[in-house]
Every structure is written in structure tokens, then in C-alpha cells.
Design a protein around this ligand. Structure first.
Ligand SMILES: [Zn+2]
Length: 216
């Protein structure tokens, strides 16, 4: 996300090219920040951004003065501190999100996805065989908006998060997709098929309504 602080400042004198030495760091409110200054011929104002590395990047319009830009940066202590804190909080949250609770143990996300790739396809093929459905391939996906899908060519895609659900719920999702191979819609005929192979489908749907979002 582009998040910058923009302000209009008077332009420098175009007749005197500025060759000011640009410092590698700038002191703002008693703290030294790594600084990059770039000149951009299309920039119409000074733009201050924080880089992913945690430094400051000042864009200076063509012919505008670097010194005025540096003065501007020194007035932005409040924004710099706030932006720095925001980014740190975000990084911490992201790192915490890289682990999930899996069968009672905090587990790295990558491990859980590997477990999903190991466990879900055989179970799906087992259910398919049980109900006389032919499946060509089961793939594991990282989807944010769906638990599963099926294609007319006999491929079923399952969200790896199914391994985070109770077994009766993940079974229901697989059976739901398998029945779509017979009925590619949500007609009454489709739900009749689902009810035959998965009598507790309503309970599974309720679980998904209540807890599904927590997993995404
Ligand atoms: Zn469906």
C-alpha cells in the first residue's frame, strides 16, 4: 500500500542547480533515520515515505531544493514515529499469523499445508470411491474465499484449511464437491444427493457459518 505524506512546498530557484551533499541519515526528534533522497522530474511536491527496510525516502521535485526537503523531513517527526510503529505492529502480527493451532499444538503454517497435501487427497479419493465417483486429481489450494471447488474435467480443489476443521466438516466439504460432479448447481436434486451421502451436512454447514471465518 502506498502510504506517503505529501505536502506542497515552494519550489527552489530553477537558475541555481542544487548540489547539496545529501546525508545518509537524518536526525528527527533525536533519532537518526537512514535517508535516501531521489529526484523525480515528474514529482510536483516533496514526498516522504518510509521504506520496507525502515528508512526514509524523500522525493524531491525537479529543480526544487534538497535543503528545503530536509527541513520538511525534520518537521515530520510525529508521522515518522507513527508510521514506524504501525509497520512494526504489522510485522509482528504477520509473524504471529505464520503459526496456527493444529490439533492442539502451535504449528508453522508451512507444516500444516504440507500435512494438508498429505492427508486431504487420499481422504477425498476414499470418499469418491465409497460413493462411486471418479476423480482425476485432487489439488490443495490456498484460497481465501472458498473451501473447495470442482471442475467438469474431474479435478477437485480443496482449501488446505480443511485440516483445521473437525473431520465431519472437512468430509462434508469433500462430499459437497463430489456431488457437484453429479449436479453442477445447488438445486434441490443436488441437496438430495448431499443428504444421502452426508446426513449431518446441516450441522457441518452450521459449523462453517460459525467458525469458518476464523480460519481464513
Ligand atoms: Zn456448492
Amino acid at each position: 500500500m502506498a502510504f506517503g505524506f505529501q505536502i506542497r512546498l515552494p519550489w527552489g530557484d530553477p537558475r541555481t542547480p542544487r548540489r547539496a551533499a545529501v546525508p545518509a541519515t537524518i536526525d528527527v526528534d533525536g533519532r537518526a533515520w537512514p535517508l535516501t533522497v531521489v529526484r523525480h522530474h515528474k514529482a510536483r511536491r516533496y514526498v516522504l515515505r518510509m521504506t520496507d527496510a525502515g528508512g526514509l525516502r524523500l522525493t524531491v521535485p525537479r529543480r526544487a531544493s534538497v535543503e528545503a526537503g530536509l527541513r520538511f523531513v525534520r518537521t515530520q517527526g510525529v508521522w515518522i514515529t507513527r508510521e514506524h510503529t504501525r509497520r512494526q505492529t504489522h510485522a509482528t502480527t504477520k509473524a504471529a499469523g505464520a503459526a496456527v493451532m493444529f490439533r492442539g499444538v502451535e504449528t508453522p503454517m508451512a507444516t500444516v499445508r504440507a500435512i494438508a497435501a498429505d492427508e486431504l487427497p487420499p481422504r477425498c479419493l476414499e470418499l469418491a470411491a465409497l460413493h462411486g465417483q471418479t476423480v482425476r486429481r485432487v489439488s490443495i489450494r490456498n484460497q481465501r474465499s472458498r473451501w473447495g471447488s470442482c471442475s467438469s474435467t474431474g479435478t477437485i480443489a480443496l482449501n488446505w484449511r480443511l485440516v483445521l476443521m473437525p473431520a465431519f466438516v472437512s468430509d462434508y466439504i469433500m462430499l459437497h464437491e463430489l456431488m457437484h460432479m453429479r449436479q453442477p448447481n445447488h438445486s434441490r436434486a443436488f441437496w438430495r444427493e448431499v443428504a444421502i451421502v452426508c446426513p449431518d451436512w446441516r450441522e457441518a454447514e452450521r459449523w462453517l457459518k460459525t467458525h469458518g471465518r476464523e480460519l481464513l
